[in-house]
Design a protein around this ligand. Structure first.
Ligand code: ECB
Length: 135
């Protein structure tokens, strides 16, 4: 049985998001706005099938994938690139590799009690975000 990520989570911390965005080539003005956001993650999971929504007052981003199946991801409203993305289980961690123009791009999710942790990587930038399950 895979871990259960279903739920709605509110951001409580965000470290190095600025350098992650810089690595993705996001312009200064957009970075300044994006850095102030406290997004919400909404995760719908059915076994290995996931729908992940990142919701904020500025932009929203949505992805769908099946663990173990490579898919075409277009990071619409983010850096607008195309990636061949694949998510796998590393025990209860979700590990995504986003192959494309940017080297060493991907993310990892894991759960710690009522917290959802996320590490976003691009080139040598690593952003660490923590979300808390919404009451
Ligand atoms: C959608 C909320 C953030 C909007 C920021 C707007 C502009 C900044 C442009 C690019 C920054 C790159 C990424 C934004 C960071 C998080 C959004 C979702 C990243 C992601 O791939 O989440 C995964 C893992 O939770 C699921 O799609």
């Amino acid at each position: 049985m895979p871990a259960n990520y279903n739920g709605t989570y509110n951001m409580i911390s965000n470290e190095n998001f600025e350098s992650y965005m810089r690595a993705l080539g996001i312009d200064f003005a957009t970075r300044k706005i994006a850095n102030l956001l406290k997004p919400q993650k909404v995760i719908e999971q059915n076994g290995d099938f996931f729908r992940m929504k990142t919701i904020s007052s500025f932009r929203n981003y949505s992805t769908e994938f099946t663990v173990g199946t490579e898919y075409e991801e277009e990071t619409k409203g983010l850096d607008n690139r195309k990636c061949k993305s694949m998510v796998t289980w590393d025990s209860d961690k979700l590990v995504c590799i986003q192959k494309g123009e940017k080297k060493n791009r991907g993310w990892k999710h894991w759960l710690e009690e009522d917290e959802l942790h996320l590490e976003l990587t691009c080139e040598d930038a690593v952003c660490k975000q923590v979300y808390k399950r919404a009451p």
